[in-house]
Ligand binder design. Structure first.
Ligand SMILES: [Zn+2]
Length: 93
């Protein structure tokens, strides 16, 4: 998947891992993820643990970051018409 950032740079997740895709997770989500992983390891008994499902169940939000302008695109895979774009307003307070 790829799309142009508003600055003109092409954002892509073609390589995996990459530095474009990030995960946004609240502290509640972090705790939920830890619990899910611990639960899976406790019951795995040699089976493969499905990390992707745990990320989704923890409430993780996918965010793409432009390395040129630092804009953030929240949930780009939900459809381009639903993407929320954040741009740096200020550095330092
Ligand atoms: Zn950009």
């Amino acid at each position: 998947m790829k799309f142009p950032c508003l600055c003109g740079r092409i954002l892509s997740n073609a390589g995996s891992p990459n530095n474009t895709e990030h995960v946004l997770l609240s502290s509640v989500g972090v705790e939920r993820l830890q619990d899910l992983i611990a639960e899976q390891f406790a019951t795995a008994q040699g089976k493969v643990v499905l990390w992707a499902d745990s990320w989704e169940e923890s409430g993780a939000i996918e965010v793409w970051k432009c390395s040129d302008c630092q804009r953030l695109y929240v949930s780009p895979k939900d459809g381009f018409d639903k993407v929320v774009v954040y741009k740096i307003e200020q550095v330092g307070i």
